[in-house]
Write a new protein. Structure first.
Ligand SMILES: Cc1cc2nc3c(=O)[nH]c(=O)nc-3n(C[C@H](O)[C@H](O)[C@H](O)COP(=O)(O)OP(=O)(O)OC[C@H]3O[C@@H](n4cnc5c(N)ncnc54)[C@H](O)[C@@H]3O)c2cc1C
Length: 446
């Protein structure tokens, strides 16, 4: 609760976002270890294309890549730099399925339609691996992700989760007993877990940069430092930046938590949230091997969860917590280091080299919001914290719908988009209250 931001902070978020976006990447470990990337132009003329995409995170880049592969002409407009948003700052964990799982979706869509979601739940992770292989993206890809249970209730939920995923053909899961998980992660906190062998982890910014290079290799054009200030809705639409414009048959809005008020109808049904990450100094080979011997990534099963993994150069990358309304905390180490030491007290003498914050977009249902505005503006937003795989699927859904195959896009688009009770003013305290309730339940395993 002490991390909860003020309402004023939320209201100033869009202005703050624009100021931040004029800068370079956040000062993260990822920015410090980014692969070399092309210098990209600012859009300063009026151009025409088939599809204009707003935002060069995974949603925008994955859409661009799928659409270029399908033969469309694509322009991407990015307010700051490729991967500047959550896609270049996240925990790097390839977590399959969606923030709310198939059983929850089934209650909304019914038994007839749930099969489609079951089939899609593991597709995003496969798309990432296809991209890495096809375009030779150097992003420290490692296989294996663990969901770690802190109590018997969570362990029981993981068993149900495994059965649910297996129903849709995902048989690469393995339950880990208390002694099994000790051989995977060197902490006494967990009573067991679930290993997803098709999970894994990546250097997220290098994945985004590699995907951007792939977009350009197929003839796509990416403009950086070109914030979109207006979209003139019409057929065609005109996407206006500070110094130019793109006239396009279709527009894809992929600004997620950093979109500000460009599309008020999208802002009204979502809430930016912050989460923080630290990276230690490189550990010795012996320390790294003893903490995470198989080099899997780990996230716990709490509502406000901790997530961690080793980087390519053997730093521990540890994240956690949520700041509703996306205020930037003054002292990230003070929030995240104690969480890290609770899991790994043996790291008390290890220095923290990097700390950063980033925003993801929460929806009330915690399910992504996908849809059309008018006849030619498409959007996908609000993966509610688990977006690395979903955003890659979203790109494929965008290309399918623009090729005239709407079934899977429409399955998502038909999910209800619920406004936060009380609208913008009350979304932050309302969500904080909800999180507090779930945190108490996690604490007591009820
Ligand atoms: C710290 C952190 C840790 C996370 N860890 C994980 C994890 O381990 N696993 C996981 O699955 N998910 C994780 N997530 C969530 C995941 O990173 C996101 O869901 C995902 O990256 C969202 O991608 P996106 O492309 O939709 O948005 P973003 O990556 O945020 O990209 C949006 C882009 O749009 C641009 N933009 C916005 N407005 C405009 C405009 N007007 N004009 C032009 N450009 C604009 C922004 O500058 C930005 O670059 C994490 C998120 C954060 C913040």
């Amino acid at each position: 609760m002490e991390q909860v931001s003020s309402i004023q902070n939320q209201q100033s978020q869009s202005q703050h976002t624009r100021q931040e976006a004029s800068q370079a990447h956040a000062p993260s470990y990822y920015a410090a270890s980014a692969n070399t990337s092309a210098l990209r132009e600012v859009l300063n003329e009026d151009i025409t294309t088939d599809i204009c995409i707003v935002g060069a995170g995974y949603t925008g880049l994955s859409s661009a890549l799928h659409l270029l592969e399908a033969g469309f002409k694509v322009v991407v407009l990015e307010a700051a730099k490729v991967g500047w948003g959550a896609s270049g700052r996240n925990g790097g964990q390839i977590v399959n399925s969606f923030s709310r799982d198939i059983d929850v979706i089934e209650k909304t869509v019914g038994k007839e339609k749930i099969g489609l979601f079951g089939e899609m739940a593991f597709e995003g992770g496969k798309i990432i691996r296809e991209r890495v292989e096809k375009y030779n993206i150097q992003c420290d890809l490692k296989d294996g992700g663990v969901f770690a249970a802190l109590n018997a209730k969570q362990m029981h939920e993981l068993e149900s989760q495994k059965a649910l995923w297996e129903k849709y053909g995902n048989t690469q899961m393995e339950m880990l007993s208390e002694s099994d998980i000790r051989s995977v992660v060197d902490t006494e906190r967990y009573v067991g877990g679930l290993l997803d062998k098709s999970g894994g982890h990546i250097h997220p910014l290098n994945l985004a940069l590699g995907e951007a290079a792939a977009v350009e290799s197929l003839g796509g054009k990416i403009y950086e430092h070109s914030p979109v200030v207006n979209i003139d809705r019409g057929e065609p639409a005109k996407v206006v930046t500070e110094q130019g414009s793109v006239t396009a048959s279709f527009v894809i809005v992929a600004g997620n938590a950093y979109l500000g008020n460009l599309m008020p109808e999208l802002r009204a049904k979502s809430m930016p949230c912050g989460t923080q990450v630290i990276a230690t100094e490189p550990l010795t080979d012996q320390q790294a091997q003893s903490l995470l011997p198989q080099d899997y990534c780990v996230e716990d099963c709490n509502y406000l969860l901790d997530y961690f993994r080793l980087s390519g150069d053997k730093r521990l990358i540890y994240g956690g917590g949520v700041v509703y309304g996306a205020r930037d905390p003054a002292d990230i180490d003070a929030i995240i280091r104690p969480k890290m030491l609770k899991t790994f007290p043996q790291l008390s003498g290890v220095n923290i080299d990097y700390r950063w914050t980033g925003n993801f977009l929460m929806t009330l249902s915690r399910l992504p919001q996908v849809g059309r505005i008018g006849s030619n503006i498409y959007y996908s937003q609000g993966c509610s914290g688990h977006g690395v795989t979903y955003t890659h699927l979203a790109g494929r859904l965008m290309s399918e719908v623009l090729k005239g195959q709407a079934e899977r896009f429409d399955a998502f688009a038909d999910l209800p988009h619920l406004p936060f009770p009380g609208g913008h003013l009350l979304s932050v305290p309302f969500s904080a209250l909800g999180a507090w309730y779930y945190t108490v339940r996690d604490k007591f395993g009820i």
